[in-house]
Each structure stands twice: as structure tokens, then as C-alpha cells.
Design a protein around this ligand. Structure first.
Ligand code: MF3
Ligand code: CO
Length: 270
């Protein structure tokens, strides 16, 4: 069963997503040479307290483990679910993906960005660029009357046109009262297949890509961190979106507040 959000649900979803995006935007400002991934996680903890939300990752259970940190910070060949550590110091040319998932007034906002520390190589910048474009294509395909497979095929087409790999072991997902709701939103598939999209569905679309063609992954020793099997870089970009009509692409809900000018969720026009 795929939940359809009511107007009331959507008002809170917009706030939760704006907070998730604002925390992520502010964390991007913290990324610089010499900062540890633990520092990034601690900054996330502080920002979440400021916006009166909780982390959906903290103590998240999977496979008998509890996730220990507030966000996922994954560097270079780490694909997803990296755990910030004080001895993991960011260096110029690294790429860092930060996955920020918050719960606010009972609803989840989920988003991820991958950013370079200083500047990365042109090859890695191209991977990030194609991943961002694949997400845009997925969002454009997320229309009422289309199927989930239309999103998947749109993402896959862009990623593979760049010569990159798609991580198939993890997918995007419905998001709302729960972090992971139906449907699964794979980053590969056939157009015209899968569950029907309807107006009022909220989805986390999140291409996970690899510089190598295979998209194959391995697990790290901590039991959480997912890495590329070939040691090459990986990229992850995610938005929470709202499916509207057939005539419009999905609306991106994870848009940051104008936090530099002190905007808060109470100021949002809903
Ligand atoms: N955004 C991630 C997801 O959609 C959040 C993972 S939380 C963790 O699955 F605890 F598993 F890290
Ligand atoms: Co997600």
C-alpha cells in the first residue's frame, strides 16, 4: 500500500523536508580540508537540535545493528551509510556525501548531497554531474499516471550514458510517517513497469552511482559502510519529492530555508 498524503500531512512534510535540506545546506558549509567526518556528524547533531527535529538515522536498526551517528557521511569509495570518525580527516580533492534524514512532528524528510573538498578531479566532477542529472531526470519522470519504472529507467539512462555504474543493492523509497515506505524506487528498470504513481505520493529518489561500470559493492568492517568493490569513487544524491499531476514534474520538497537570513519553518508560506 502506497500512502497518499493529505493536505495536513503535506504541510508537515514540507516543514520536515525544509529542515532536512537546511541542515544539509549548513553542513555543506562545514566541509573543508582538515575537518573530520566526526566533526560533520556533531555539527549535524547541533543543527537538528536547533530546528527541534530528531535524526531518523540515530539508533536506526538493521540486521541486528543500531546506527550510532546522526547522519551518514561517506567519503570517496564509500557509497552510503559511512559513520563519521574523528580520525577520518577530509583532504583536498575528496568527495563527501552527506545523507540527512530528520523526523519533525511525525514526518520524515530525507536528502543527500555529494560535495568536493576544495576541488576534485574533473573525472570525479563529471560523475557528480551525471548523478545530479540522473536525479533530475527521475524527478521529471515522477508524474501521476507514470509508473515507478519510468523513474527508474530515466535515472538509469542518464547514469549509463555517462559510462557509470548503478548500485543495485539499495533503492529509493516512499517516505512520510516512516523513513522507508512503499514503493521501492530502484535506480534501474523498465519504463512502464511497476506501481502506478498518483498525486500525493512522496518519494525519496536517490541515485547511487560508481565511477566503475559494475556498480558492485562490499560492506566495511563496521557492518554499515557500503563501499565500491573496485575502490573507485562513488556518488549519492537524493531529494524527497511530491508527485503532482501528469502535466508537472514532481515537486522537490527538500529545499533549504533562507537560513542565512534567519528564516524558520514558522516563516514558510504553506
Ligand atoms: N537516507 C538513508 C536511507 O534512505 C538513511 C539511512 S539511515 C541509517 O536509507 F541508519 F541506515 F544509516
Ligand atoms: Co533515502
Amino acid at each position: 500500500m502506497i500512502p497518499i498524503k493529505s493536505e495536513r500531512d503535506l504541510r508537515i512534510m514540507r516543514q520536515a523536508c525544509a529542515i532536512a535540506a537546511t541542515v544539509l545546506d549548513r553542513l555543506c558549509q562545514e566541509v573543508r580540508e582538515g575537518v573530520s567526518t566526526w566533526d560533520i556528524d556533531q555539527a549535524a547533531k547541533r543543527f537538528m537540535a536547533e530546528y527541534s527535529c530528531r535524526s531518523a538515522c540515530y539508533k536506526y536498526r538493521a540486521g541486528g545493528l543500531r546506527y550510532p551517528n546522526y547522519i551518514c557521511v561517506s567519503v570517496n569509495d564509500e557509497v552510503i551509510h559511512g559513520i563519521g570518525r574523528s580520525d577520518r580527516i577530509l583532504r583536498r580533492g575528496d568527495i563527501v556525501s552527506m545523507d540527512v534524514c530528520v523526523i519533525y512532528k511525525g514526518f520524515v524528510g530525507d536528502n543527500t548531497k555529494t560535495v568536493a573538498v576544495g576541488e576534485c578531479s574533473p573525472e570525479t566532477a563529471r560523475l557528480i554531474d551525471f548523478t545530479a542529472r540522473s536525479l533530475e531526470a527521475g524527478i521529471d519522470a515522477a508524474r501521476a499516471g507514470n509508473k515507478v519504472g519510468d523513474i527508474s529507467a530515466a535515472v538509469q539512462r542518464v547514469v549509463e550514458s555517462g559510462g557509470y555504474g548503478i548500485v543495485r543493492d539499495f533503492t529509493g523509497h516512499g517516505v512520510g510517517r516512516g523513513l522507508h515506505e512503499d514503493p521501492a524506487v530502484p535506480n534501474y528498470g523498465r519504463a512502464g513497469t511497476g506501481p502506478l504513481l498518483r498525486s500525493g505520493m512522496t518519494l525519496a529518489i536517490e541515485p547511487m552511482t560508481t565511477a566503475g561500470r559494475s556498480g558492485d559493492i562490499i560492506f566495511g568492517d563496521d557492518g554499515w559502510t557500503v563501499l565500491t568493490s573496485d575502490g573507485k569513487p562513488s556518488c549519492h544524491i537524493e531529494h524527497t519529492v511530491l508527485v503532482r499531476g501528469a502535466d508537472l514534474p514532481a515537486e522537490i520538497l527538500t529545499v533549504p530555508l533562507d537560513w542565512r537570513n534567519g528564516e524558520t519553518v514558522e516563516d514558510m508560506r504553506l
